[in-house]
Design a protein around this ligand. Structure first.
Ligand code: NAP
Length: 259
């Protein structure tokens, strides 16, 4: 299937590794020119070079912390007009509701709610003026079903989800489509860090923690960045134009719900 986005230009935030990288890779495979971002320049340059070589698209790599105002300004200045925005950043650390202070919430809100909102606000007017745009926000399964140790994530991502529910319906008429992609557990560095924390807490090995978690997933395994990226590319395609403000769960069946 031709996704109809060859030659478009996408900003994929936090994309040197993991789910963001999966999204960048699948967009590149569909002929989309990229602006990639991450904090660490070395891994980012390497990822950009890999995608140029594999897919023959233009890739600009901008090393910056996307959760800071300076970082966003640097990325936006370099990116210019884009047709597709994939919002992503690292997730908040695990912990307990009794320990989180105001500063912890401010950091989580900045990274996982206010940063994607700022980027949408900066880039959607151009998309609307050109009559076509796609925004995918990488959020989390925790929006549908809270994860106890990830209360900072539960809170910040729920805020972004509310914003998208209202805003997506105001921009769809101008051809700009916003949806959220909700990962359950995927085999990335983030999963290793969450499983390492669980293993330390329960006195088991990392491998035992991963096996224990995989056994709770109906699909019996962790998701892959490739599967995740392919769904993202579809949400950025010409065919996603009638899908407005949805929350698409990719969790191997973990969230036990009818709807
Ligand atoms: P990951 O494998 O740790 O990769 C994170 C990527 O984001 C790296 O390229 C990292 O590069 C970049 N990054 C992190 N913080 C950044 C920042 N402030 N500015 C710019 N780039 C930044 O993580 P992932 O598994 O892909 O997760 C992506 C998102 O999905 C996270 O918000 C995570 O909480 C959420 N999520 C993941 C899972 C899962 O199972 N993997 C499940 C639910 C939700 P640098 O470190 O060099 O900046």
């Amino acid at each position: 299937m031709d996704l109809g986005i060859s030659g478009k230009r996408a900003l994929v935030c936090a994309s040197s590794k993991g789910l963001g990288r999966g999204c960048a890779e699948m967009l590149a495979a569909n002929g989309v020119n990229l602006v990639m971002n991450a904090r660490g320049a070395e891994a980012l340059e390497k990822a950009a070079e890999d995608l140029r070589a594999a897919h023959g698209v233009e890739v600009m790599a901008i090393a910056a912390d996307i959760t800071t105002e300076e970082g966003r300004a640097k990325v936006l200045a370099a990116a210019g007009d884009v047709d597709i925005l994939v919002n992503n950043a690292g997730g908040p650390p695990p912990g307990s509701w009794q320990d989180w202070e105001r500063e912890d919430f401010i950091k989580a809100l900045d990274a996982n709610m206010l940063t994607p909102i700022a980027l949408m606000k900066a880039l959607m007017p151009g998309m609307m003026a050109r009559g076509w745009g796609r925004v995918v926000n990488i959020t989390s399964q925790s929006v549908k079903a809270p994860i106890a140790v990830l209360g900072l994530s539960n809170s910040a991502r729920a805020g972004l989800t509310g914003y998208v529910a209202g805003t997506s319906r105001q921009v769809a008429g101008k051809g700009v489509i916003i949806n959220n992609l909700l990962p359950g557990i995927h085999a990335t560095d983030r999963a290793v860090s969450l499983d390492t924390a669980a293993a330390a807490q329960d006195g088991i090995t990392l491998e035992e923690a991963m096996d224990r978690r995989a056994a709770t997933i109906p699909a019996g395994r962790y998701g892959t960045a490739e599967e995740f990226g392919a769904t993202c590319a579809f949400l950025c395609s010409q065919y996603a134009g009638y899908m407005v403000g949805q929350n698409i769960l990719l969790d191997g069946g973990s969230t036990n719900a009818t709807l």
